[in-house]
Design a protein around this ligand. Structure first.
Ligand code: HEC
Length: 154
């Protein structure tokens, strides 16, 4: 009896881990990224961002939806959230590589963060909504666009 319980416990512990190692569960266009010193130095998939597109993404409630939690210097916005810090002057206090990790997966900095990891490994997202299974919240290009926009906030 004891052995049986042990086997079941082992199977429960190991199966989610083997799922995470399974590359086939990742979207085809997902690019891996490396965290060094709380930052991601290299642009995702080697892409370069466009600040004007990034500005649209941060205000779009169906994409970044950053205004739900952050004050941003965008004209014509009447309501914004204050769950996160205001992002004015962000690029003067943080490097581009540090900003990139904040957007990609801020739980590498604060494991308890309520900010979504916009390019988190989709296999690590708990109970995603049906339409989001196996997907990132933003594409690599959209993340780079957002980073390019945030770089203009000095
Ligand atoms: C659900 C709320 C929420 C959303 C949506 C959200 N954030 Fe955040 N963000 C936070 C919180 C809370 C923090 C404070 C640090 C922490 O708790 O992780 C934070 C921290 C940050 C920081 C670090 C700022 C600093 O001065 O330390 C950046 C940069 C940032 N967010 C950018 C964004 C961008 C860009 C978006 C949209 C693509 C976004 N956030 C969407 C909640 C959110």
């Amino acid at each position: 009896m004891r052995i049986k319980v042990g086997v079941i416990t082992f199977a429960l512990l190991v199966s989610p881990l083997s799922g995470i190692a399974d590359e086939s569960l990742l979207p085809d266009d997902y690019c891996a990224w490396d965290v060094v010193d709380y930052a991601i130095e290299k642009p995702l998939c080697g892409l370069s961002g466009d600040a004007a597109r990034g500005k649209q993404i941060v205000t779009d409630a169906y994409k970044g939806n950053c205004l739900a939690c952050h004050l941003l210097p965008v004209e014509g916005v009447e309501a914004y959230g204050n769950i996160g810090p205001p992002l004015h002057g962000l690029a003067s206090r943080m490097s581009e590589a540090q900003i990139r990790l904040r957007i990609v997966d801020t739980r590498h900095i604060n494991p308890m963060s309520i900010m979504p990891g916009f390019y988190r490994d989709p296999r690590l997202i708990n109970r995603p909504a049906k339409d989001y299974i196996g997907k990132t919240f933003l594409t690599a290009q959209q993340v780079e666009d957002v980073v390019a926009y945030l770089e203009t906030l000095r």
